[in-house]
Design a protein around this ligand. Structure first.
Ligand SMILES: Cc1cc2nc3c(=O)[nH]c(=O)nc-3n(C[C@H](O)[C@H](O)[C@H](O)COP(=O)(O)OP(=O)(O)OC[C@H]3O[C@@H](n4cnc5c(N)ncnc54)[C@H](O)[C@@H]3O)c2cc1C
Ligand code: SF4
Length: 447
């Protein structure tokens, strides 16, 4: 295949408004009351519910489903949100096929689990629709806690601390809070500005002051926070993106998938976003799937994902891989990029086929192929921005914490994607924030 200087075909408005509206509507329609009741009736209400054990936040799943059966949606939402304050977002974004629904015993008897995620959404949607407050603050303790990062980990920690009677200030670098719920999750998973509705509801408990546009390492230091507050929680996520480390990464048309997704999530008119006719995505995680599917849904004609290992090693679940394939994306396994080709704008990516060496690392076999591209998205993972973390112990690019989310520094806790246990799931970040808040509370009460 020639790698000559073809004119890049990158355009906005590849699809009309109707096509865009169709493609970026709700990925899964919410259940109607009758559908929810039928689905709730499928639950066996297992005594030792394996789904609850499989949920990182330990929601009492049979308990909330039982309340749906008796039309007690407020009680059901209370059961969910008590364990997971972002139960609304998690109902939309959790890869349930590898969490609660994978553990459902209906898988063995009928090969189809109870639709736990959709039931969770059915129960929690009314809370966010009418702003019902379900929680009360305990009497004020007079203690103040600084939370750095307004994503799922930080907001979960802040809400639990506020419930326990502490006053919280959330410092958040971005202009809006919600973290990747606002800037990262695929648009069709969280429509109608749900991320901001959820943030507003979380803050409505009171006792939480949100300071957007305030960054650790820029506007204040960790030492200052430790002096000024009774405890500090760090939930800064992963701030930088890994690079490919190959020639010509600065060609135009070579883009960071996360930056583009953030642009897409903030766009008031999706049709205005320019997208290539031929898009190549490099990576194998959720970000790679999301940018590939969203490119197709913006009207890209040919979208290829290239990953250096096999389907089982992809960070994206088989369900997510299937979503890409049913959206017309081709996934190529066992290949890695060796060169981005183009004059000023990328036209082609040269790949080497890979195999595993003796240490289990993918290496080039010597066999190569090329893919034409108008846009190349890098989706090869993120890294911690650790310059602002001072003496905090960091290993393999993540903050070291114990089981209670305590860091190596007294009075400092951390959770979410930025810690060593982070598994890059919203639900896990929420759980870290909750665990840390409970331990901070014990610490502040001298228990
Ligand atoms: C493209 C993409 C798609 C994803 N899709 C899914 C999905 O479908 N399902 C799922 O479960 N998970 C998904 N994830 C993962 C999920 O979004 C994260 O695991 C989750 O958001 C982590 O929460 P967090 O609070 O740790 O970090 P973040 O959400 O990254 O939030 C960190 C916050 O800290 C702030 N911050 C950063 N640095 C500083 C600083 N120095 N000072 C102050 N504030 C700072 C940021 O502005 C941000 O608001 C996806 C991730 C990506 C990138
Ligand atoms: S939070 Fe996620 S994993 Fe837990 S029950 Fe809800 S959908 Fe399942």
């Amino acid at each position: 295949m020639s790698s000559g200087a073809a004119k890049p075909d990158v355009q906005s408005r590849r699809l009309g408004d109707d096509g865009i509206a169709r493609n970026f509507g709700d990925l899964h329609s919410p259940l109607s009351r009758s559908e929810a009741l039928i689905e709730a009736d499928r639950c066996y209400f297992c005594y030792d519910a394996p789904c609850t054990t499989a949920c990182p936040t330990g929601i009492d799943i049979p308990g909330f489903i039982q309340k749906i059966r008796s039309d007690n949606l407020r009680g059901s939402a209370h059961t969910i949100l008590t364990e997971n304050i972002m139960g609304g977002m998690c109902a939309r974004v959790c890869p349930t096929e590898v969490l609660c629904e994978e553990a459902c015993v209906r898988n063995t008897s009928e090969e189809k689990p109870v639709e736990i995620g959709l039931l969770q959404r059915y129960a929690t949607d009314p809370v966010f629709a009418d702003g019902t407050q379900l929680f009360e603050r305990a009497p004020a303790t007079g203690k103040t806690v600084a939370v750095v990062g307004g994503g799922p980990a930080g907001l979960s920690c802040a809400h639990r601390l506020a419930m326990l009677g502490h006053d919280v200030v959330v410092f958040n670098r971005a202009g809006k809070s919600g973290g990747l719920n606002e800037y990262g999750i695929a648009a069709y998973k969280t429509i109608d500005d749900f991320a901001q509705k959820e943030v507003a509801w979380i803050l409505s408990i009171g006792g939480i002051e949100l300071r957007n546009g305030q960054a650790l390492g820029q506007d204040f230091t960790l030492a200052e926070l430790r002096d000024d507050y009774d405890a500090v929680f760090i939930g800064v996520g992963l701030g930088t993106t890994n690079t490919l480390g190959i020639a010509n990464e600065s060609l135009s048309g070579v883009e960071d998938a996360i930056d583009y997704i953030a642009l897409l999530r903030q766009a008031s008119d999706l049709g205005e976003l320019p997208v290539g006719r031929r898009v190549v995505v490099i990576g194998g995680g959720m970000t790679a799937i999301d940018i590939a599917v969203q490119s197709r849904r913006l009207g890209a004609e040919i979208v290829d994902i290239v990953y250096r290992r096999g389907p089982e090693q992809m960070g994206a679940s088989s369900h997510e891989q299937e979503l890409a394939q049913t959206n017309g994306v081709t996934i190529h396994h066992w290949a890695m990029p060796v060169e981005l080709v183009g004059d000023q704008h990328v036209t082609t990516v040269r790949f080497a086929r890979t195999e595993l060496d003796g240490d289990g690392r993918p290496v080039a076999t010597g066999d190569e192929f090329e893919l034409r591209a108008d846009t190349v998205f890098k989706a090869i993972g993120q890294a911690l921005q650790d310059e602002s973390l001072g003496d905090l112990e960091v290993t393999a690019g993540r903050i070291v914490v114990d089981a209670a989310c305590r860091t190596s520094l007294d009075g400092v806790w951390a959770g979410g994607d930025c810690i060593a246990d982070g598994d890059d799931l919203t639900v896990s970040a929420v759980q870290h924030g909750k665990i840390a808040a409970l331990d901070i509370d014990r610490h502040l009460r001298g228990a």
